[in-house]
Design a protein around this ligand. Structure first.
Ligand code: 2AM
Ligand code: CA
Ligand code: CA
Ligand code: CA
Length: 259
């Protein structure tokens, strides 16, 4: 796709996200309906559902032939990454959204033939959109984001998921001890933004494709590595324990996984 077309899509999606932002705060003024999915920790609200519906409609009118993988309507229908595939996480950090009305994100990504093309992460409470891709660079609204410094694990703060840290799977406690400190904020999107901005050396967590699709586009564009925690290429249709980190920290963390 040529750069002018990509810029147009980017601009259009930025508008969709502004509409979604308005929708979120309209819903918050009325009633928030919360339902359990698989457990009391796995929740969905009417806002998650309405935002996904809005974005699905927009994508279908912009690119009728594209496939869509969205968290709240995912039945595993998409079986291959051939052609245009969109990923939607309508509210990332639903628990933060419910409890804090803060630190939650809306994420979208476009892949074509399994290649990352464009990604968007909106920090909804701060009303900021992180967007771009390999052909456009990475932007926060209208400001270009520079490539973060390649610091080592011990020089930086690491973002880890609470669940993996508590069970100490994949050497998470060792990773934490080697770093300058651990942070856990409860939204993959917000954690990825911090890595993108160079505030965190990396982020690791078990995730589904809509949790990491947008971040993979943006982070890889700015030379942050995004792989499985043992350093392998991610399958965009499967859950993975995903590691995103500076090249130096990535090497150290992958080394810890060796038997
Ligand atoms: P979500 O809010 O969109 O579900 C912390 O819970 C982070 O991990 C959030 O970004 C959350 O995304 C994501 N996550 C992925 N799988 C999850 C699960 N099974 N339960 C809770 N959160 C999950
Ligand atoms: Ca969820
Ligand atoms: Ca999510
Ligand atoms: Ca979600």
């Amino acid at each position: 796709m040529d750069t002018a077309t990509l810029k147009n899509i980017d601009k259009t999606v930025n508008q969709w996200l502004k509409e979604a932002h308005t929708l979120v705060y309209q819903c918050l003024q009325t009633d928030l309906t919360v339902e359990q999915k698989t457990s009391r920790l796995d929740l969905v609200t009417n806002v998650d559902k309405q935002v996904e519906q809005l974005l699905r409609k927009k994508i279908s009118s912009l690119m009728p032939a594209a496939k869509i993988i969205g968290e709240e309507n995912d039945h595993g229908q998409v079986k291959s990454m051939a052609g245009a595939v969109w990923f939607i996480d309508p509210i990332d950090g639903t628990m933060n959204f419910i409890k804090q009305h803060d630190d939650f994100a809306i994420m979208l990504a476009l892949y074509i033939d399994n290649q990352p093309i464009l990604g968007w992460i909106m920090d909804v409470a701060k009303n900021k959109i992180y967007h771009g891709g390999p052909q456009l660079g990475v932007w926060c609204d209208t400001k270009k984001i520079p490539v973060p410094a390649d610091i080592t694990l011990n020089e930086g703060l690491i973002e880890l998921s609470a669940s993996r840290l508590l069970t100490n799977e994949m050497h998470f406690m060792e990773i934490a001890k080697m770093s300058s400190g651990v942070r856990i904020n409860g939204s993959a999107g917000i954690s990825f933004i911090k890595v993108l901005e160079g505030k965190m050396v990396g982020y690791a967590s078990k995730m589904k494709p809509w949790d990491f699709a947008a971040a993979k586009v943006l982070l890889e564009t700015n030379k942050i590595l995004v792989t499985t925690i043992d350093g392998k290429e991610i399958d965009m249709l499967l859950s993975s324990t995903v590691l995103s980190a500076t090249a130096s920290a990535h090497k150290q963390i992958v080394q810890l996984q060796q038997p």
